[in-house]
Design a protein around this ligand. Structure first.
Ligand SMILES: O=C(O)C(=O)C[C@]1(C(=O)O)C=C[C@@H](O)C=C1
Length: 104
């Protein structure tokens, strides 16, 4: 079979390597990766839900004649993330805010 062809003769799905040097470590890594995958899916779903809500808040405020942004609220959120997560928290909060209200 040519290198770019896929073997469809089995139902086995190719799995990424664990990088471990023995089967017991490989099993433990696979177990932990299952939970990591669940956490990543939850983060993605929460990210999307938050962005939708943020857009709805903005649209509700603008429709009422208010401003698109409330910077005091953004500062509060940035401070919470910085307190809990340090400097990376600030960067994360900036990305989260941008996902909702768009770029400044
Ligand atoms: O809480 C609000 O008033 C929002 O509009 C939501 C949000 C946010 O994503 O958290 C977005 C824009 C505002 O400047 C402040 C906060």
């Amino acid at each position: 079979m040519a290198p770019e062809e896929h073997d469809m003769s089995s139902n086995a799905v190719a799995q990424p390597t664990t990088g471990a040097q023995d089967e017991e470590a490989a099993q433990r890594i696979r177990g932990m990766r299952e939970r990591i995958d669940e956490i990543d899916s939850a983060i993605i779903a929460l990210w999307q839900e938050r962005a939708r809500l943020s857009q709805q808040v903005g649209a509700t405020r603008v429709a009422s004649g208010g401003t698109r942004l409330v910077l005091s609220r953004e500062r509060e959120i940035l401070e919470k993330f910085r307190t809990e997560l340090g400097a990376d928290g600030t960067q994360l909060a900036l990305l989260i805010l941008r996902a909702g209200r768009g770029a400044l």
